[in-house]
Write a protein that binds this ligand. Structure first.
Ligand code: HEC
Length: 232
């Protein structure tokens, strides 16, 4: 076998494959096997609650039609926000997948080409250890920017107008319009539109670099003790 060049290349090919499998699959799987996978409820943090309350204030009718009213009593309200947030995140992610956003957007800041200067901290494996990353939305094409740190970068109504007609905010943008996420106008997102807004604002909400971090906990929830899962 080692008498011919092709034999050597064949063996080298197998060895490289084994090495790549070991370093890219086995080592990370073993390193993070003790990090439990989080549910959607567990990733609803203060920043997501802030965004939910913001949506409820900006689009009261749409929000009520989509998810109803939060209970008045404080502890019940906290529980309700977590439940509604998780529901919105699951639905928002489905829409992100269904609308093919991942054809044009990655969710992975790579440790090359100074990407962190443009998009924030390089992505780490534990960030993907939750239900909303099954399967992961790394993406391989970047027609638009990486979105893994998009949350909090822009306001909800910026995103709403942008989803309705991207060129209104970004002249010449090749991003498609998504009018079916609205009941007629950019200030009337429907349930699907609201869910996608929550999902996009969630991206990166677990990092300290999130612009609204902690200081912006929803006003009526400030003094409430959040369920342990949400207070991460
Ligand atoms: C055909 C490719 C394409 C598709 C599909 C696409 N986008 Fe975009 N997106 C872009 C481009 C290009 C930009 C940058 C120009 C702009 O702001 O419109 C962009 C910008 C964005 C931004 C703003 C990022 C920032 O802060 O500057 C967000 C958020 C976004 N897209 C979300 C989405 C979502 C959610 C979907 C699916 C519903 C989607 N995109 C589908 C190409 C695409």
């Amino acid at each position: 076998m080692f008498e011919t060049k092709s034999g050597i290349f064949f063996v080298a090919g197998l060895a490289f494959f084994a090495f790549a499998f070991l370093s890219n699959a086995l080592v990370p799987a073993l390193m993070y096997r003790d990090v439990p996978e989080q549910t959607a409820e567990q990733v609803v943090n203060g920043n997501v609650l802030f965004q939910l309350e913001d949506l409820a204030q900006r689009y009261p009718e749409a929000f009520r039609t989509a998810w109803g009213d939060a209970p008045v009593e404080e502890a019940a309200a906290a529980e309700w926000y977590v439940k509604t947030g998780a529901e919105a995140l699951r639905e928002g992610r489905k829409i992100y997948v269904g609308e093919g956003c991942w054809h044009c957007h990655s969710q992975f800041v790579r440790p090359v080409s100074n990407e962190s200067r443009r998009w924030g901290p390089v992505s780490e494996s534990p960030e993907y250890q939750n239900e909303l990353q099954r399967p992961v939305m790394f993406g391989t094409r970047r027609v638009g920017p990486d979105l893994s740190r998009e949350g909090g970068r822009r306001s909800n109504d910026w995103h709403a107008v942008h989803f309705f007609r991207p060129t209104d905010l970004s002249p010449g943008s090749p991003m498609p319009e998504y009018p079916w996420l609205f009941d007629g106008a950019a200030d009337r997102p429907n349930r699907r539109g609201l869910a996608l807004l929550v999902y996009v604002q969630w991206l990166g909400s677990w990092l300290d670099s999130y612009p609204y971090y902690e200081t912006y906990l929803p006003s009526d929830l400030k003094d409430v003790e959040l369920p342990a899962a949400a207070a991460q």
